[in-house]
Design a protein around this ligand. Structure first.
Ligand SMILES: Nc1nc2c(c(=O)[nH]1)N[C@H]1C(S)=C(S)[C@@H](COP(=O)(O)O)O[C@H]1N2
Ligand SMILES: [Mo]
Length: 212
């Protein structure tokens, strides 16, 4: 057995004992890269972040403006639908709840769902309640480093699990869009890319909602 495999099994035993390993997930210590299509090129001059739909006013912010938003960080466990999990990952970026509380985004009372829109048409949907919960973040950094291009630089949505907060809705990792460019607030739910391709709409990791 290699040293990496020994480390991996050790983490797996520990999180299993702690009740943090969802059914049929295995620990990975390397961060796999998974996506459909090419890695987009980031241009800070033309990049913007948009909000539209069930909002009082459609808005967009440049990369420079986005970087003025209040920042926060989160420690979460992430679970990919293909079966790997990573524990105690640290994400830094912007909370949608903070943007709303501080008036940057004004949503209408009719807003119930959020569709994350990424480069090249990728999208993924979540209930508004989940986007505002403390296990969802618009991340610019992972474990203290700027996101790498393959993991979503400059911005990605991230959803995960937090130990001791079983009431949170904890979905698989596909429900965070890499290369995120905007949020569409919706009255009615609209499916994203993988959800349209047969993945489960909620994707609860504890109920193993992998496929619809
Ligand atoms: N824009 C975009 N975001 C995406 C995807 C994608 O194809 N395009 N794939 C999702 C899936 S299926 C997974 S498992 C995670 C993988 O993130 P990672 O490559 O950082 O591990 O990104 C999600 N976000
Ligand atoms: Mo995935």
């Amino acid at each position: 057995m290699t040293e990496t495999e020994r480390d991996r099994r050790e983490v797996e035993e520990q999180v299993r004992r702690q009740g943090r390993l969802p059914p049929n997930q295995a620990v990975t210590v390397k961060f796999p890269v998974l996506h459909y299509g090419p890695i987009p090129v980031f241009n800070p001059e033309t990049w913007n972040f948009r909000v539209w739909g069930e909002v009082i006013e459609n808005r967009d912010w440049s990369w420079e403006e986005f970087n003025q938003f209040p920042r926060t960080s989160l420690k979460m466990d992430i679970h990919c639908v293909t079966g790997w999990s990573m524990f105690d990952t640290i994400w830094e970026g912007v909370s949608v709840a903070d943007l709303i509380n501080e008036g940057f985004i004004q949503i209408k009372p009719t807003a119930q769902y959020v569709l994350q829109h990424a480069e090249h048409g990728y999208a993924t949907n979540l209930p508004l309640e989940t986007v505002l919960a403390n296990n969802f973040i618009l991340a610019t950094h992972f474990n203290g480093q700027i996101l790498t291009p393959e993991h979503g630089f400059p911005l990605r949505g991230v959803i995960g699990s937090i130990i001791g907060q079983p009431d949170l809705k904890q979905s698989y990792f596909w429900k965070g869009a890499k290369w995120l460019r905007g949020l569409e607030f919706l009255k009615e739910d609209k499916l994203g890319f993988w959800e349209n391709a047969g993945y489960h709409n909620r994707g609860d990791v504890w109920k193993e909602e992998r496929y619809g």
